[in-house]
Each structure stands twice: as C-alpha cells, then as structure tokens.
Design a protein around this ligand. Structure first.
Ligand code: SAM
Ligand code: SF4
Length: 335
C-alpha cells in the first residue's frame, strides 16, 4: 500500500520530477565507452515495454509529479513505433525531449515538431571523422554533423554531448568550444563514467578541472563567462564572450550533483533505476502486466535511493570494479 505522501520524494527530501525512458537496448552505433565490443545481452522482445505500457507507466509517474520526460536508449529513433510513442506521450502534460545520436534524425523532424519536442541532445565525441569512426565503430560522422546543423536550422534547442577521454579527444576541447562561436548550441563535456564492460579507468577520464585548464590556457579570463545553471542542472555552464553558443561540464565523477538530483530512469524492459549508478533496479513491467498498481514499487525504489551516486560516495568506491560492474552497460540504462 502506498501512503498519502509524495511517492516520488526520497528519504533525503529530493523530489523526482524528471523521468528518462529508455525505449530500446539496441543502437546503430557502438560507442566504446557505452557498450562492450561483443555487444550486450539483449532482453527478449516480449520483455520489452510496448508503446501502450510505456504510456501507462509514464502516466503513473506524471500523476505523481513528473513534469519532464526524456526519451533515450540505445538509439530511440531506431525503434519502429517511435512516432506512436511520441504521439502518446505528447498527450501528457510534460516537457518531452529526446537524446539521440542523430544518425537518422533528419527523417523525424516533422514528427518531433508535431509532438512538441523542442530540446534535443545529440552525442558527438569528435569533430574529426576518423576519430568518430574509432569511437563509434561506424562511419557516420558526416550524417551526425550535418544533422546537428539541420536541427539548429529547424529551430530546436540543441545540446551536444561529448564524452572526453584522455589522449583521444581532450585535444579537441577548444575546437568544440569554437564550434559554439556561430552556432547557438551548448556543447557539454562529460566526464567518462564507469559502467559494465566499458573498460573504465580513472586515468582515462578528463576532469572538470582539466577542462577548465584547457579553457583558461586558450581564452583570457575576462572572455570566459560563468552562466547561471538551471535548477537541478547537472552541468556547470559557461560561454565565451561574443559566441552564440555556450559550453558546460558534467562532472559526475569528480564533482557529483546528487544533492539536487531529480531524475529517475526507466529501462526498456520496464525496470526502474533510482540512480544512474545504482546496481539495483525494480521491475515495474511484470506487475503492470498482472494488472496490479505499480505505485508501491515505485515508492519503495525511490525511498531506497542513496544520497550519492548509488552508494559510491567516494572516488575510491567508484574505482572499485566490483561495485560498478554490478550495474548494466550504459546502452541498456539510457543516459
Ligand atoms: N544513443 C543516444 C545518444 O548516444 O545520444 C542515447 C543513449 S546514450 C546511452 C545517452 C548518453 O550517454 C550519451 O550522451 C552518451 O555520450 C552518454 N554515455 C554513454 N556512456 C557513457 C559513459 N561511460 N560515460 C559518460 N557518458 C556516457
Ligand atoms: Fe549508441 Fe548512444 Fe551508446 Fe553511442 S552512446 S553506443 S550512440 S546508445
């Protein structure tokens, strides 16, 4: 039984108004930091949420206070019924957004607009086609690059996510910032995070402080403007004076933003994850399929949320493989 209290408030007083729904475990890219080379064990199709089930679960969360839903994956746009999912979710009173690798997003401009999607996050880890191929194991640089330009032209608010890895793309930090000179986008540098099978090690990660060292070595202090971060923002935002766009750093490893976390994640097989780093999850789909209410499971999962990074509150714990290897690969969580 659920009690009367807000079921989306955790034991640390955090309210969760933001739900990320992963629509699919598969992807048309193979980013090395996101999935192991051999791929991941996929759930049988019958274990994945149908569009009706996605809608039913989303509706329950909205009833209890969710106001923002972001669709992710895997690659959400390769799911065949994505137009119907968008149409169904667009009937809910939420801000609907999507995170995509943008390889095929040009085919969805009209459907995204028709369903009120205004904010799109696109992954792009290099501005160099050969490096893009190396990291994604696919030759799709031109499409992604051109589609980012197309999205801007079509009036979407675009954020470009770049996961930084030492010796691979940290020498492109300034090129990425120059990319914001004439384009009104936000480039977000993401600290490389540990997930099952991604061969993470701390020495590969480029930290917030290191990014700012690059920035301060290239731009005079008075040109680097600290912007106000939005409430519950996971990033620290900056811009270069006179540039149309901005840049930000997401420092989940060196400087987690857990205090203001308002996010919950629903995996494509209908499991609720209360934190990106949590090694436990709660199966909502099986209960939904029996026709029983899912509120009490949601409440229990939210209550169990750790204060910091799924319980890995120190860098030492984060570096302990046995703690983060119990988690899924990112491709099956939905970033
Ligand atoms: N396919 C879509 C895309 O790439 O934008 C959506 C899913 S992807 C898992 C969501 C985000 O997670 C991407 O921005 C990606 O860069 C990020 N991500 C994946 N693995 C990561 C890792 N190990 N550390 C940091 N970010 C990661
Ligand atoms: Fe696919 Fe996105 Fe993962 Fe890259 S980061 S493999 S595009 S899900």
């Amino acid at each position: 039984m659920t009690n009367k209290k807000n079921i989306l408030q955790d034991s640390h007083g955090r309210d969760h108004a933001y739900l990320r729904i992963s629509l699919i475990e598969r992807c048309n890219l193979r980013c090395t930091y996101c999935m192991p080379e051999q791929g991941v064990q996929l759930s049988p199709k019958s274990h994945l949420m149908t569009y009706e089930e996605i809608y039913e679960i989303a509706k329950t969360f909205v009833k209890h206070g969710v106001t923002k839903i972001r669709l992710t994956g895997g690659e959400p746009l390769i799911r065949k019924d994505i137009p119907v999912i968008l149409e169904k979710l667009a009937t809910l009173p939420v801000e609907l957004s999507i995170t995509s690798n943008a390889v095929i997003i040009d085919k969805f401009i009209d459907v995204l607009k028709a369903n009120g999607v205004k904010k799109i996050n696109v992954s792009l880890d290099s501005l160099d086609a050969a490096k893009f191929k190396h990291i994604t194991r696919r030759h799709e640089f031109e499409k992604v690059y051109n589609n980012i330009l197309l999205l801007v032209k079509e009036g979407f608010t675009v954020k470009v996510n770049a996961v930084l890895m030492k010796g691979f793309n940290d020498n492109e930090i300034i090129d990425f910032i120059h990319f914001t000179k004439d384009l009104p986008i936000s480039v977000r540098f993401i600290e490389f995070m540990p997930f099952d099978g991604n061969k993470w090690d701390m020495s590969k990660m480029v930290s917030y402080v290191e990014v700012m060292n690059y920035v301060n070595a290239s731009f005079s202090k008075d040109r680097v403007v600290r912007l106000e971060d939005a409430p519950n923002d996971t990033s620290k935002n900056y811009k270069i004076e006179g540039y149309k766009g901005s840049f930000a750093i997401i420092s989940s490893v060196t400087n987690p933003f857990c205090d203001s976390c308002n996010r919950l994640r629903l995996t494509a097989n209908g499991h609720l994850k209360n934190c990106l780093f949590s090694s436990t999850e709660s199966d909502l789909l099986t209960t939904l399929r029996t026709g029983k209410p899912i509120e009490s499971i949601i409440q229990k999962a939210v209550q169990a949320k750790f204060k910091v990074r799924g319980g890995m509150d120190t860098l030492e714990k984060l570096q302990e493989p046995k703690l983060h290897n119990n988690n899924r690969s990112m491709i099956t969580i939905g970033g």
